[in-house]
Design a protein around this ligand. Structure first.
Ligand SMILES: Cc1cc2nc3c(=O)[nH]c(=O)nc-3n(C[C@H](O)[C@H](O)[C@H](O)COP(=O)(O)O)c2cc1C
Length: 248
């Protein structure tokens, strides 16, 4: 197997880091690798903000509820139509990219950028953890990082030199996720079978005991991501996208 495939198959999130900083040349290299990802129209409608200096680093960590507190490098990847609109203005062109279509396109571009960057980081021996909490405090994070109109934090990554190996977590097999020709809507038995890898995983079974839920699935629907929180966070996010002018 080549190096890229080895790196991908060995992936695991890392949440504990040594105090060793990430060198500037490594940061520049992984951002260059991120930039090589395909992107809509080659317009690169994303920006990455690297936060390393105190007190900003700790303030940002607090907005992620204190997760990954030892990470020396925080990467906040934003959808960014501000830069392209500026390019439009200096060329005397219309500025037509503040709408759902372009938020979605920019979000896809930002995700591809992020994953390429992360693979490069793992190739260089760095560890990282994506933090979905960026969606819970988007407006406050945008304020802290001084994001202008048209710039929306969508992906957060805590990164550094690993102080733990990280756990190799299970994945669904291809029989669950790969459909041939058309969508195959699975039967109840097929769902049970394909998700057995998840339900029977010893680590996940310990989580069920610790959480006191009926099964692994219920951890996600009642503890981690309950409906009430999902709806409240979605409402805040939508309101911020409108206030920011990203969508109408
Ligand atoms: C968009 C996204 C958001 C995530 N948010 C968090 C988070 O807030 N906290 C956390 O500890 N891990 C977070 N993770 C990491 C996932 O929990 C992890 O990728 C998943 O459990 C699979 O484990 P692995 O990456 O070690 O293979 C996030 C991952 C992604 C892609």
């Amino acid at each position: 197997m080549d190096n890229a495939i080895n790196t991908m198959l060995a992936h695991r999130s890392v949440r504990q880091f040594t105090s060793e900083p990430v060198a500037d040349d490594v940061l520049n290299e992984i951002v260059r690798c991120g930039s090589r990802a395909s992107n809509t129209g080659n317009m690169q409608l994303y920006t990455v903000i690297a936060t390393r200096e105190e007190p900003l680093r700790s303030e940002l960590c607090q907005l992620h509820f204190g997760q990954c507190a030892t990470a020396p490098l925080w990467l906040t990847i934003c959808t960014d139509v501000n830069r392209y609109h500026h390019y439009c203005r200096v060329n005397g062109c219309d500025e037509p990219f503040s709408n759902l279509l372009w938020f979605t396109s920019a979000l896809i571009d930002a995700s591809l950028f992020a994953q390429n960057l992360c693979l490069a980081a793992e190739s260089r021996g760095l560890g990282f953890c994506f933090l979905g909490t960026v969606n819970y405090n988007t407006e406050k994070i945008a304020e802290l990082l001084q994001c202008p109109k048209g710039v929306i934090p969508v992906i957060a990554i805590a990164m550094g030199h690993p102080a733990e190996e990280g756990r190799m977590s299970e994945r669904l097999g291809n029989d669950a996720i790969l459909h041939h020709e058309v969508y195959h809507d699975p039967s109840d038995d097929e769902i049970r079978l394909t998700h057995a890898v998840r339900d029977n995983d010893p680590f996940n079974q310990r989580m069920v005991e610790e959480n006191g839920t009926r099964n692994y699935c219920e951890i996600f629907t009642t503890k981690r991501y309950p409906r009430s929180t999902n709806e409240a966070v979605s409402a805040d996010l939508l309101s911020f996208l409108r206030k920011n002018g990203m969508i109408g």
